[in-house]
Design a protein around this ligand. Sequence first.
Ligand code: NOJ
Length: 452
Amino acid sequence: MGFKKDFAWGVATSSQQIEGAYLEGGKGLNIWDVFSHEPTRIKDRKTSDVACDHYHLFREDVKLLRSLGVNSYRFSISWSRIFPNGVGEVSEDGVRFYSELIDELISNGIEPYITLFHWDYPYALYKKGGWLNDESVDWFKSYAAKVVELYSDRVTYFITFNEPQCFIGHGYLRGIHAPGIKLPYKDIFQMAHNVMKAHGAAVIAMREAAKRPIKIGYAPTCSAHYPATDSPEDIEAARRALFDSPKLSEQVMWSASWWSDPVILGKYPEDGLELYKDYLPEITEEDLRLMNQPLDFYAQNIYNGKEIKSGENGEPVAVKRPSDAPVTALGWSVTPRCLYWGPRFFTERYRLPFYISENGAATNDVLGADGKVHDEDRIKFLSTYLDEFERAADDGVDIRGYFLWSFMDNFEWAEGYGPRFGIVYTDYETMRRIPKDSAYWYKNYIEQKSKK
Ligand code: NOJ
C-alpha cells in the first residue's frame, strides 16, 4: 500500500528561526527578539536578528526547495511582521513579504503550509499580559483571520499553533524559552486554556475570512511512546503512557491529551482534571465548545518516545535503554518506532487525517574539504524513521504528509546556532547554503515513493 499518491512531502521551518531582518519592513519586536538580546539566555550570546537571512534570500531559498524535490513547504508567519503591535495597524511590507514568498512557492510547484504561530509572540501584546489576558483570544483570532483574508486566495493549508507544550511550558513555567519567566501553575493552566480558546475562535474566524475552502489543522508535540512488544498489554501500556496526564511538575505541560482532547474531543482528560484541580481556571461548557471546532487534519511533531511495557496492574513501565543506544547530537534518543505507533495512537483517538509536521535530527555536521557535508547519521535516522512511518501507512493509518525538520540549519532557540537540524547546511558567515548528503538522499527517497 505505502504512502498515498498525493502525499505531502515537505520540509519545515519557522519565521524566527530563519528570517532575520528583525527590525526591517516595519516589523514590531516579539518576545524572542527581546529575550535573545538578554546576555545569558541564548548559548554563546547569539541572537535571532539575522538568523539565515531568509527575509532577503527567500527567492534563492525557494529555488533550493524546488531542487530538493519537495512538493510542500511548511513555514510560519511572524505575527509582528504583519501586525507590528500585535493588533491594529498592519505593516504593508510584512504583508508583501509573505505574499511574494507564497507566489514564489506556487510558481515553483510547492504547496505552502502556513503555521500561524510558532512561538514569536508580539512583544506589545506580551506587555499587555499576553496569554494571561483574556483578550488574547481575540488578538489571536483577529491576526489569524487577517492572514487567511490575505492569503487564502492562494493558500489552502493553515495550522494554528505549533507545540503549545513548549511555548507555554518552556516559556512561562520552566523559564528557559522566551519570555523566560516562571509563573505559578494557576497562571500556566489559565494560559493553556486561553491558547485553546484562541485556537477555536481563530478556526471559526478563519473559515469566515477564507476566500476559498481552506484546510485547518493543529500541530502539538509529545513523546510518542511505543510498546515493547505487540502484546495487547504492552500496547495498552504504551497508549496510557502517551495519553495519561503527567503529575504536576515542571514538565506538566508536556502532555499530549491536555492539549489535544479539548481541541479534538471537546473535553479535558478526566485524570488531569483531578490531578490539577487546585490550579485550574473556571472551565465552562461554552469554553469547551469554542475550543472544539471541526478540523480538517491533525498534525503532530514527533522526534522520539520511550519504549513501554506493561507492569503490575498494567501500569506503563519504561524499558531501560542500553547505555550505547543511539542518540542525536542534542542527546535525544533515536527511536524510529515512535513513527509507527505515534500516528497509529493519534489517529485511533482523534480520527482525523494525520500529518507529521516535524521530524528530524541534529547531527554533528561539518563542511568537509570536499565542499560537502556527509551526514550519514541523519540519513540513517531518516531512513529508519520513514520505514516505520510507511509501515503505519501500510497498516491503514490515514497519513497525508511528512515535513522534515528542517529545510536548513537555523536558530535553535536557546541553543543558538550550535545544533544543526537542516538537510541543507547554512554557512552563517557567508549565508551560503550547501545541500548535505541527506538532501540528495531525501530527494531520491521522495522520487522513489512518488513513482507508483
Ligand atoms: C520543535 C520546534 O517546533 C522547532 O522550532 C525546533 O527547532 C525543533 N522542534 C527542534 O528542536
